[in-house]
Design a protein around this ligand. Structure first.
Ligand SMILES: NC(=O)c1ccc[n+]([C@@H]2O[C@H](COP(=O)([O-])OP(=O)(O)OC[C@H]3O[C@@H](n4cnc5c(N)ncnc54)[C@H](OP(=O)(O)O)[C@@H]3O)[C@@H](O)[C@H]2O)c1
Length: 262
């Protein structure tokens, strides 16, 4: 019960990693707030949880609904101990073909939505003198990868923002930032990914299908959050690419050109 009575707000809790995190945190005694756009899916998740679990529907790109959601949550629980920024969408299209509206949409959800809710909750954590902000980035936040130009850009941008925040918060010893970088995890992310024109890709990629289970990923994430790690890589052999990019970049590019991106 490492999160007994801690108030944990999960975005993107209606499926995949977010849903698995909801169950892990509930098992650890947390009081949950679960958010995403699809209320029916959030209700399904809530029904699987025995402890406290408040549904706050949000579209992460809608700033006004975020204001209402934050006010409602603070009124209900009085504080937020852990914010897990998990909501996100991916992409399956070549950069050269991708329409600007798709680049913008992915940045709106993955980057602007995430920093927007973070900035609304951070002042409450500063007032309370404690809190933890978690961001689910990706290994693709550490290197570029084919068919994911906007997605990789949005995740790289998160690193710039949250690494800066880690430094700026040095005066607040009890407020921490944890950046999580999963590799391929078996969720609906490829089904929900966007094509070059903004239509939905709608396929379970082979690479996704062979990925780590969302439950194991969520277990590792919860432990990393508990340990207040600064940056964590979760996955299989794909993690090696982070170190190849850093120490043997020529080999990284040689391999990355040959990996099947779907
Ligand atoms: N699966 C992987 O291989 C992998 C690897 C690295 C990183 N990640 C990251 O992990 C996070 C979760 O992805 P997943 O794999 O669990 O995919 P997923 O099953 O497609 O889940 C995505 C979640 O984000 C929510 N969401 C999407 N757009 C939203 C919006 N505008 N407002 C609010 N919520 C929104 C979705 O809920 P609604 O549709 O109900 O709004 C859903 O709950 C993402 O940030 C993703 O980039 C995944």
């Amino acid at each position: 019960m490492r999160f007994q009575d801690k108030v944990v707000w999960l975005t993107g809790a209606s499926s995949g990693i977010g849903e698995a995190l909801a169950y892990q945190f509930a098992n650890e005694g947390a009081k949950l707030i679960i958010s995403s756009r699809r209320i029916k899916e959030l209700e399904r998740v809530q029904q699987n949880i025995h402890g406290e679990c408040l549904i706050i529907p949000i579209d992460i790109t809608d700033s006004i609904s975020l204001d209402n959601a934050v006010n409602h949550t603070i009124e209900h629980y009085g504080k937020i101990d852990v914010l897990v920024n998990n909501a996100g969408i991916s992409q399956r299209s070549l950069a050269v073909d991708t329409q600007a509206l798709v680049d913008r949409k992915i940045m709106e959800v993955n980057y602007f939505g995430t920093i927007n809710i973070t900035k609304k909750i951070l002042p409450h954590m500063i007032k309370n003198g404690s809190g933890q902000i978690v961001v689910i980035s990706s290994l693709v936040g550490k290197f570029g990868f084919p068919l994911r130009s906007a997605y990789a850009a949005s995740k790289h941008a998160l690193h710039g923002f949250f690494e800066t925040l880690q430094l700026e918060l040095k005066a607040y010893r009890d407020i921490s930032i944890t950046i999580i970088c999963p590799g391929r995890i078996k969720t609906n992310i490829s089904l929900n990914a966007l094509n070059n024109d903004g239509s939905v890709y709608g396929k379970m990629d082979e690479g996704q299908d062979k990925g780590m289970s969302a439950d194991i990923c969520a277990q590792k994430i919860v432990t990393s959050i508990y340990q207040k790690k600064r940056e964590v890589y979760i996955g299989g052999v794909d993690i090696v690419m982070v170190y190849l990019k850093r120490y043997l970049p020529s080999l990284f590019y040689w391999i990355a050109r040959r990996i099947n991106p779907t």
